[in-house]
Write a protein that binds this ligand. Sequence first.
Ligand code: HSE
Length: 415
Amino acid sequence: MSLNPTAFHFPFTFNMSYQKTLNIGLFGYGVVGSAVYEVLNHTPSLQASISKICIKNPDKPRNIDEAFFTVDKWQLIDNEEINVIVEMTDDAVAAIEIVRESLMRGKAVITANKKMVAEHLAELVELQRKYNVPLLYESACCASIPVIRNLEEYYDNDLLHGVEGIINGSTNFILTKLFEEKLSYPDALAEAQRLGFAESDPSLDVEGHDALNKLCLLLAHAYGILAHPSSLLCHGIHRLNPIDSEVAAAQGAQIKLVARAMKQANGQIAAFVLPQFVKPPHLLHNVRNEYNGVVLTSALADEQFFYGKGAGGFPTASAILADLSALRYDYRYEYKKMLLQEPSVLCEDVKLNVYVSFQDWQMLPVDAFEEIHEYYSGRKFHYRKGIVSLRKLLSSDWWKKEGVSLVLMETGISE
Ligand code: HSE
């Protein structure tokens, strides 16, 4: 018997008419903005078109009709025909104004601006509720990897033990070049900038702030915690010493910049960004170059691994396309985990297993370590391995100083 497709009756008719036509006002036409433009031109099925593009510098040569461009943001925000704002600037201060005004006018907003979202998330959640409009930002964390929507929709809070990931492509690119190609730090950074992965201000990447901003988004959707980035422990790769790489290599490890939010025995969440020794078979060990990787640990599924390109024009545009598509059926984040009877809270009473190298004994306070497990002392280089308190690190700054390098051991959080 052959199948007759007309004999099939679905239990419901799929009504395409509920899907909206999206009339877009685009802010920014850099690496990501121009990729969004190109991708939309090749995706007619989305029924989304760009009406106007707001840029900062009208004198830059651009490859499309100049009638698209304006420097006046109100031509987009006040245009009643535009129902979606796609905000792709790299300026968090300008971006919050654009997003705030757009949401207040009932326009849906898509943004890749992780700094802006992380610093204003409480206000942005409230604006979405008050004006009954969605703000989507899948592209703001790990670009092409759909981690935010998965955390929001799939992972129940009780079951999710932890999220740990390499969520900044530039630092991972730099560390890969340092370890595998023995490139110098300035050359590796220049290459990341040339390829368009780095932020306009690359200190946001190398000092860990970009990963921290993304961690704040993960915390909101994994655990319903709204944390301002300034309240969390964060250290980048800018203080790493070439000898640290040799210490890592001697133990079969590489150094990676890892962001994590881990449930502790008391149910509270420890969250921070630190460089970390990572060696096989850790799933993050093979995450190289600008790729990102996120490991989710849950009670029933054990470990799950998300891997993909975390930076660059087209990987970011792919997430924006997914958000645009979601807007066509009125998708919005519900921030479900904030509504739990007993919402999760952050915890600072955590013991960290760390390696600290330093050039001068005066750089290390006598009470920095709670336990010392190993030490080395040379003529110009010393290190200690042992236990430090997260709370004490948050209230001190000896570990931020030039000449000191702080790296989490593979064992990470100490029981
Ligand atoms: N500078 C960021 C990174 C871009 O390197 O990951 C993507 O968010």
